[in-house]
Design a protein around this ligand. Structure first.
Ligand code: SF4
Length: 242
């Protein structure tokens, strides 16, 4: 028989012009359930007006990102036993640094638009001639595809970033990681953007982005790598044509 805990789920509520507040829901849970399961149970059995996003339930879509007890988490892979105890409380809030649409749902449009600006894609077509030893299972096409990064566009890094909190125009960790993955040598036109006042130099190197990223994209390291590339360009004209 599975273990049962009694917990309180404290849910951020905010509809349109409503003043933000919390509603608390007492519930019995299996501690090996996920936080998203608890939120779904509130919606299913206690309050149909609770608004939240979810889709894949296996950390692929990035939809269920929330702040759980003040830390950015993908709630579909966050075990209840890892964030509270029997008789304890779990507080769930929307991600920071995005406008709240309703309760736990934020408008992620700024992230998606900026990812478009840097041409960030999880896979990138590459001329076959540029690829050394392509795996035999790759399609026999004149272009091959490489997976550059596992960013699931969840926005956790944006929420956790203190620089983003003080400057909404900062491109932010996921976007700069996307630019780095896309490649400055391959896309020298990105240099001006990542080297701009809202680019890599806004980062305060606290690596909160890397700490919360559920996909090991390591945006902090990628931002540092972009800085190195920019300095090399200043010194040696890395991207200038001979
Ligand atoms: S870099 Fe990581 S934390 Fe940021 S959006 Fe991508 S997967 Fe999420």
């Amino acid at each position: 028989m599975s273990e049962k805990w009694n917990i309180i789920l404290k849910v951020h509520r905010q509809k349109q012009d409503e003043t933000p507040h919390f509603d608390e829901f007492k519930m019995e849970v299996d501690p090996d359930e996920y936080v998203l399961d608890a939120v779904e149970r509130v919606w299913a059995f206690k309050d149909r007006t609770v608004c939240f996003r979810h889709a894949c339930h296996h950390s692929t879509c990035g939809a269920c990102g929330m702040r759980v007890n003040d830390v950015e988490k993908l709630t579909c892979i966050t075990y209840i036993r890892d964030v509270t105890q029997n008789g304890g409380m779990i507080k769930v809030e929307p991600l920071r640094n995005f406008p709240v649409i309703s309760d736990l749902v934020v408008d992620m449009g700024s992230l998606y638009n900026r990812l478009e600006m840097v041409g960030a894609r999880s896979v990138l077509p590459v001329p076959e001639a540029e690829i050394e030893n392509p795996p035999s299972h790759w399609p026999a096409d004149d272009r091959q595809y490489i997976r550059l990064a596992d960013c699931i566009e969840c926005g956790l890094c944006i929420s956790a970033c203190p620089s983003q909190a003080t400057n909404g125009d900062y491109l932010g960790p996921a976007v700069l990681a996307g630019a780095q993955a896309n490649g400055l040598k391959r896309n020298p036109e990105l240099l001006g953007l990542v080297n701009s006042e809202n680019g890599v130099w806004r980062c305060h190197s606290v690596f909160e982005c890397t700490a919360v990223c559920p996909s090991n994209v390591d945006p902090g390291r990628r931002i540092m790598d972009l800085r190195t590339q920019i300095i090399k360009e200043r010194v040696g004209g890395l991207f200038r044509k001979a």
